[in-house]
Design a protein around this ligand. Sequence first.
Ligand SMILES: [Zn+2]
Length: 138
Amino acid sequence: MAFFQDLGKKITDGVQDASKKTTELIEINKLKSSISSEKDAINAAKIQMGDKVFAMFNAGEAIPDNMAEDVQSIIARLEKITELEGKIEEIKAATEAEKASRAAAAAPAAGAARFCMGCGAPLAEGTVFCGKCGKKQE
Ligand SMILES: [Zn+2]
């Protein structure tokens, strides 16, 4: 009987150990999540600091010397963005121009349906004589 009691105790202990480990893991994950939130908040605050320095520079205010390089780098990148956006506009404009010229090229053909001056029958493109009545077109 002692054997079964021991076995029962072992199982109970095992369940309690597993349950304790689960609780520990949950606690650790909660703490890690809190650490992660704090780090996110720090990064957001750093970005805000940078925004403030950049705003100061834009307002003509003095900024710390060691930040001038970062500000110049941002300005260079903003100029690059403007340049890239310009290229997008160029591509769009070229595409629009091509579309317009294709439409213009297609328009005369569509509007160039001709009819015989004698009988009014439709004339095939480039024909001089009517295929129906034979009248020469002027
Ligand atoms: Zn005709």
